[in-house]
Design a protein around this ligand. Structure first.
Ligand code: CDP
Length: 232
């Protein structure tokens, strides 16, 4: 039985940072499934594909190679057909279109298949929207991270400002709100907590605090003493 960890939640809840640090602590592989949907969206935009053409996007998903690499420094690199797209997939243009691509059932089938393959041969911390409900329903540890819309927008704003972008807080808030609505209301694998997920409101919590809380919860639920001794 794998000790996989599934982390879901809306945009800007801090999933990626928390999941990456938790994976480092546990010595697991970190899989950022959002980066995979972003990479495909980036490619579709590059090729000028009409995003309402579902068939074309499904074919694109089937022929595209997406690779995630955990580097020794603890960061992750994302490759699309061998091209390093780590920075490109964070562009606002990609952020604003990704949930349109991600709601297509055939696209999801393809990417979920890749995600399950990665989890079959490694112990993983995987983050996304449907990990606990659909990708890894058997994962023994499931968390759903949330925070108020204001706080999530503030965090995203801060990130973008630090990376030198000129952005407006209200615009960011509106974009996040729209993306969350699309992710929660879509027909296939909508954003929602798995019935057995622990819901954690991170509005007033720092990253290290959230990571420590998850480690504590995992330890408390881990019956196998060998497994819990791996947790620092
Ligand atoms: O990091 P951020 O919260 O901005 O989002 P992300 O994790 O990079 O995911 C980007 C988008 O991909 C989400 O808004 C969803 O539309 C889609 N996604 C999904 O549908 N299913 C997943 N498992 C992960 C992401």
């Amino acid at each position: 039985m794998h000790g996989n960890v599934a982390i879901d939640g809306p945009a800007g809840a801090g999933k990626s940072t928390v999941a990456r640090l938790l994976a480092q602590k546990l010595g697991y592989l970190y899989i950022d499934t959002g980066a995979m949907y972003r990479a495909l969206t980036w490619k579709a935009l590059q090729l000028g594909i009409d995003l309402s053409d579902e068939e074309k996007l499904v074919s694109l998903a089937v022929v595209t190679t997406i690779k995630l690499e955990n580097t020794a420094g603890g960061t992750i690199k994302v490759y699309c057909d061998g091209v390093d797209v780590t920075a490109a997939i964070r562009q606002e243009k990609v952020s604003n279109h990704v949930s349109i691509v991600a709601r297509i059932p055939g696209v999801r089938r393809r990417l979920v298949e890749l995600q399950r393959q990665m989890a079959a041969s490694n112990r993983v911390v995987m983050d996304g929207r449907d990990i606990g409900t659909n990708v890894l329903p058997e994962a023994p540890y499931k968390f759903f991270l949330t925070a108020s819309l204001e706080e999530r927008a503030r965090r995203r704003y801060q990130e973008l400002i630090v990376s030198g972008r000129e952005v407006d807080l209200e615009t960011i808030k509106e974009e996040i709100r729209r993306r969350d609505a699309r992710d929660s209301q879509r027909e296939v694998d909508p954003l929602q907590p798995a019935p057995d997920a622990e819901i954690i409101d991170t509005t007033n919590m720092g990253v290290d605090e959230v990571v420590s809380k998850l480690v504590e919860l995992i330890k408390a639920r881990t019956k196998d003493p060998l497994q819990s001794s791996c947790l620092r």
